[in-house]
Every structure is written in structure tokens, then in C-alpha cells.
Write a protein that binds this ligand. Structure first.
Ligand code: KG4
Ligand code: ZN
Length: 365
């Protein structure tokens, strides 16, 4: 028997329908044989955010096609797949359910093992897929629905050191974009506008920096952007392109400052417990932000810590990370059966107290 594993992964927890095939032989780097992603931006554009019902229906329509394309692009049939991994939560329940049902159908039809994957584990294990990072490491997971510091000790061993008490940073980017009339998802639009902005013109608050610990808050920041926008509109009769750029630059700098300072604190805690393995990784959609990546990279360098950030396509939701997290679980003996349930909430660390707040994916996990 060979130790090489080839896993089909499915992702449908928010507004991206994904299917991917990942292969790994111990001792060699993992290979992403295919990574198909079908976004739904156009579908939700008129509503200014993700509409869960529309998202779920689109997943049902697209999942089969995504799987077919992923197998074709990988040049493998189901007979060459060792197991089917699927996001089983946390996320928008209709979408998660669509993926779980599709995966169950494939697993039953092709007599393959089924592996339920926590979407957050998919993000948190990505540095192992992309950079071969060994356990343990400190992970800053920043996305549209989540924000947490995790001590990652194994494929299913996570300890949360802190997280947001209200909005996730991606959500704050999306809301800021909406306030300024920019396109969704807001992160890339705000980052692009900020490039020609003056970071010093609007200095927004840095929430929670005056409080000890690694918890964060982002809801006050979007209110500050709203007030500043309204004052500009009142005084000038409208917003000019330069105003938008300056607002975006000020907002992005505030988010990056807060995340960097809290990461410094989390890193101090992490290094106290793991001095012999200094490693920091960032993942999730907001990790695609170059301004934040540079700030974190500088922080890591100043502390003599290895820093990894996935390529942009593997920061935002994708199925390769689900296939990989499934592969790690499968190799560690994890298996599910036809009773696998779709879970809207699914905290990675079940020992730490639950965080408050609710994001676009429903309650924070
Ligand atoms: O990880 P992801 O695809 O979905 C969740 O699991 O939530 O993250 C999506 C979030 C969105 O809020 C989006 O605006 C944000 O990531 N995002 C960014 C950037 N690219 C995507 N935020 C800031 N800068 C970016 N370049
Ligand atoms: Zn995600």
C-alpha cells in the first residue's frame, strides 16, 4: 500500500462554490492538482451583501459542475480518489448543507470515505499546504466572518488566544466599501482605493488597544468611517474620489495597526509557550491585503520569527484548503459517515469561552 493520498475537497460555506483535488506523498510537498472556484459576486451585487438563500441555490446548481471540472483538470477519475472531504461548517447553513449532501452522494456512489472538515481548519492549515509549515505555529485567521489568534498544534488541535468581540475585519472592509459606494467584496476595492490615498488625512480610532489581551473589535471603526463620510457630504455636498481614497487609506491603516499590535501580544504569549518554534502565519480573505501582510511580515522579522502568508488565491475561500485539511484528518484516522451533519456554528477551540458577535456567516464560532 502506498502512503500517497489523493483527496477531493468541496467548499460551499459562503458565496464561493469550490472543488479541488490535492495529492500528498509523505516527505514530498503537497500538490494541488486542481482548484476550481466559482464565485457569486454578480449574483449578490444588487443586494450589497451575500443573500443566504440565493447563495444556497447557486451552490446546488454549481457543485456538480465544479466537481466535474476539478476532476478533469486534475486528470483523475473518482477511482483515483481516496476520500471526499467537505466543509461541514461553520457557515451559511443552506450552502454548507448543499456541499455536505453533494459529498455524501459522491461518497456513497463511488464507495469512498467521507471526511467532514471545519472551514476554519481549512484556513488555519493552509500554511502547511503552501509552505510545509510544521506544527506548532501561531495563526492569525482573518476573514469575512472570523478573526482569531490560534495556537495550532495539530490538524485538530487548536487553542484560541483571542478574537473579535463583534465584527470580523473582512466584514468591516465590506461595510466600509458599501458606505463609500465601492464594489463588493469590499476588501479588494478598499485596498485598491487606499493606494492613492493619504493615510494621515483621517486618523480613525484603534479599538481595544487600551485593553490588555488579544481580543479585538471592529464595529466602532465602520461607525467612525460613516460619521466622517457624513461630515464630508454635509460640508462639501458630496464625496470626491480623493476623499474616498483618503478614507480607505485611513481605515485600512487603522485595521492593520490594531491587527499588528494584537498580533505582537499574541506572539509574545506564543513564544513563551513555544520558544523553540518561532512561526507566525496569517490566513483567510483579509490575509490577501498587501498592506497588512507587509506590517505582519515586518513584525515577524523584528522578532526573528518565520512568517508565512498564502498566495492570494488561497487566502480567500477555496476547496484546495478543504481537501488539504481533509487529507490531514484522514491521515490521522479521522472518518465520518452518512450521519455527518452540516453545522452553522463549529468552534475550532471548544475549551475557550465562545466569542460574542455575529458575522456574515452567522454567529461567530
Ligand atoms: O476567507 P474569505 O474568502 O471568506 C470567509 O471565510 O469569510 O474572506 C472574505 C473576506 C471578505 O470580507 C473580503 O472583503 C475580504 O475577505 N478580503 C479582503 C481582501 N480580499 C478579500 N480584505 C482586505 N483586503 C483584501 N485584499
Ligand atoms: Zn473562509
Amino acid at each position: 500500500m502506498t502512503d500517497t493520498l489523493t483527496i477531493l475537497g468541496l467548499e460551499s460555506s459562503c458565496d464561493d462554490t469550490g472543488a479541488a483535488v490535492v495529492r500528498h506523498t509523505p516527505g514530498a510537498p503537497p500538490e494541488i492538482l486542481s482548484n476550481v472556484i466559482m464565485g457569486q459576486d454578480a449574483l449578490h451585487a444588487a443586494f450589497g451583501g451575500v443573500v443566504p438563500e440565493l447563495a444556497a441555490r447557486a451552490h446546488v446548481e454549481k457543485l456538480d459542475l465544479a466537481v466535474e471540472q476539478a476532476l478533469d483538470a486534475a486528470g483523475v477519475g473518482l477511482d483515483r480518489i481516496d476520500a471526499v472531504a467537505v466543509t461541514a461548517g461553520p457557515g451559511l447553513i443552506g450552502g454548507v448543507l448543499s456541499g455536505v449532501m453533494c459529498a455524501k452522494g459522491i461518497a456513497a456512489g463511488a464507495s469512498l470515505p467521507l471526511i467532514g472538515v471545519n472551514h476554519l481548519a481549512g484556513h488555519a492549515l493552509t500554511p502547511r499546504l503552501t509552505d510545509g509549515l510544521e506544527f506548532p505555529y501561531l495563526m492569525l485567521l482573518v476573514s469575512g466572518g472570523h478573526c482569531q489568534f490560534l495556537l495550532v498544534n495539530g490538524p485538530e488541535k487548536f487553542t484560541r488566544l483571542g478574537g473579535t468581540i463583534d465584527d470580523a475585519p473582512g466584514e468591516a472592509f465590506d461595510k466600509t466599501a458599501r458606505l463609500l459606494g465601492l464594489t463588493q467584496p469590499g476588501g479588494p476595492a478598499v485596498e485598491a482605493a487606499a493606494k492613492s490615498g493619504d493615510v494621515k488625512r483621517f486618523v480613525f480610532p484603534r479599538p481595544m488597544l487600551d485593553r490588555p489581551g488579544c481580543d479585538l473589535s471592529f464595529s466602532g471603526l465602520k461607525t467612525a468611517v460613516l460619521r466622517t463620510r457624513d461630515a464630508l457630504v454635509r460640508d462639501q455636498g458630496g464625496l470626491f474620489a480623493q476623499d474616498r481614497a483618503d478614507l480607505c487609506a485611513g481605515f485600512q491603516a487603522a485595521v492593520a495597526d490594531v491587527l499588528t499590535e494584537k498580533t505582537r501580544r499574541a506572539l509574545t504569549l506564543y513564544l513563551e509557550s513555544q520558544p523553540s518554534h518561532p512561526a507566525l502565519a496569517v490566513a483567510g480573505g483579509v490575509a490577501a491585503n498587501q498592506y497588512l501582510r507587509s506590517a505582519l511580515s515586518e513584525l515577524a522579522e523584528a522578532h526573528g520569527v518565520r512568517f508565512t502568508a498564502p498566495p492570494l488565491a488561497l487566502c480567500t475561500d477555496n476547496a484546495a484548503m478543504i481537501a488539504w485539511a481533509g487529507l490531514e484528518r484522514y491521515r490521522a484516522g479521522g472518518r465520518d459517515d452518512m450521519t455527518l451533519a452540516a453545522r452553522p456554528r463549529w468552534p475550532l477551540d471548544t475549551h475557550s469561552p465562545a466569542l460574542l458577535g455575529s458575522g456574515k456567516k452567522g454567529p461567530k464560532s
